[in-house]
Design a protein around this ligand. Structure first.
Ligand code: SF4
Ligand code: SF4
Length: 151
C-alpha cells in the first residue's frame, strides 16, 4: 500500500478517519445506510409490534431511527481534506503542515503542547503516535482497519 493510501485513512494525530462514524466511506455510515434501506417504512410496524409482541422496546423506535438517520447522513471526507467535525479546536491539521510531517510521531517536537486537545484526547494522541513509532505506520494502518475505533 502507498503512503497516500495510509494518509487517507490515518490522520496526522494518529486517529483513524476511516473507522470514524462520520467518515463518508466508513463502515459505520455504509452499514447505517444499508440498515435504513432494509428497514424501509418500519415506523408503523414498530407501533404495531409494540402491541402484538407486547414489548416496550418498540416505543423507542423513533429515537433509534433519528440516530440511524444521523449516522447514515454523516459525510466527512477525512482530516486531510477538511477540518475535523468532532474536534473543532484541533490544531494538529494546521500544525503538521507547518512542520512538514505526515504524522506527529515524525515531528521533532512530539509530544508537544500544540494540539489543543482535551486531556483524554491528548492521552490517546500520545499513545497512538508512540505505537506508530514502535510498530511502523504500515503495521499500525493494517491493524487500525480491522480494529474497533470505539473501545
Ligand atoms: S476528520 Fe474528524 S470527523 Fe472527519 S473522519 Fe476524521 S476523525 Fe472523523
Ligand atoms: S508540534 Fe505537535 S501537533 Fe504539531 S506536528 Fe509536531 S507533534 Fe504534531
Amino acid at each position: 500500500m502507498t503512503t497516500e493510501t495510509i494518509k487517507a485513512s490515518i490522520s496526522p494525530c494518529g486517529l483513524s478517519c476511516e473507522t470514524c462514524f462520520a467518515h463518508v466511506d466508513g463502515d459505520i455510515r455504509r452499514y447505517s445506510r444499508k440498515l435504513k434501506e432494509k428497514l424501509g417504512n418500519f415506523e408503523p410496524y414498530a407501533k404495531r409490534f409494540e402491541t402484538l409482541l407486547d414489548h416496550p422496546v418498540f416505543k423507542k423506535y423513533p429515537d433509534f431511527k433519528d440516530m440511524l438517520d444521523y449516522l447514515a447522513s454523516e459525510n466527512c471526507k477525512g482530516c486531510r481534506n477538511e477540518n475535523c467535525k468532532l474536534f473543532k479546536d484541533c490544531n494538529v491539521r494546521r500544525c503538521h503542515q507547518e512542520k512538514r510531517v505526515d504524522f506527529c510521531y515524525e515531528c521533532k517536537d512530539f509530544p508537544c503542547d500544540q494540539t489543543n486537545f482535551d486531556e483524554r484526547l491528548y492521552k490517546t494522541f500520545v499513545k497512538l503516535n508512540e505505537k506508530i513509532r514502535k510498530t511502523g505506520i504500515e503495521e499500525f494502518y493494517e491493524k487500525s482497519r480491522i480494529s474497533r475505533r470505539y473501545i
